[in-house]
Write a protein that binds this ligand. Structure first.
Ligand SMILES: [Zn+2]
Length: 162
């Protein structure tokens, strides 16, 4: 992939997929809850071991990548559940130092996300591609459903006073 022409949406997906691959599904779970309004930042640490500053940092990074807050929120809502179910963790975080399950390397003084990006970019790219394909399907299905609901609502309102 030509990184110079990567779309903002794909950049956000890559960021989210990388978190799951790095064995940090709790970040994604926290993001969903936070956006849904059921996670006050002050409770992120108790529930997910993420400080409120970190949580806000994640949201900010995603907003920056998306370049648009609404796109960022839309992607988190739609893509994160897909990523949680589709993407496998590739870092064994129970080990110290953490171990990459793709190449077996021990990650001494290295962030798992950086290792995966540097050494397994093709794998990451492939996961992002799969998630993007599923996301497209989910968006199409949602549109269909919305059209259906709107059509029904129209039918119901016909003949009524309003
Ligand atoms: Zn590796």
């Amino acid at each position: 992939m030509d990184k110079g022409h990567i779309s903002p949406a794909i950049e956000v997906l890559e960021y989210l997929v990388l978190k799951k691959m790095a064995g940090r599904p709790e970040v994604l779970e926290a993001l969903i809850e936070y956006l849904g309004g059921s996670l006050p930042p002050s409770q992120a640490n108790d529930r997910y071991g993420i400080s409120k500053h970190q949580l806000r940092g994640f949201v900010q990074r995603i907003n920056e990548k998306a370049g648009d807050r609404r796109l960022a929120e839309f992607l988190i809502r739609m893509a994160t559940p897909l990523i949680l179910s589709m993407v496998q963790s590739k870092i064994d975080r129970s080990k110290r130092p953490e171990v990459c399950m793709i190449c077996g390397r021990r990650l001494v003084n290295m962030f798992p996300e950086d290792h995966l990006k540097k050494h397994h970019y093709e794998y990451l790219e492939e996961e992002v591609r799969k998630v993007a394909a599923e996301l497209k399907k989910a968006i199409a299905a949602r549109r269909k459903e919305k059209t259906y609901v709107e059509a029904n609502a129209k039918e119901v309102s016909i003949g009524s006073v309003s």
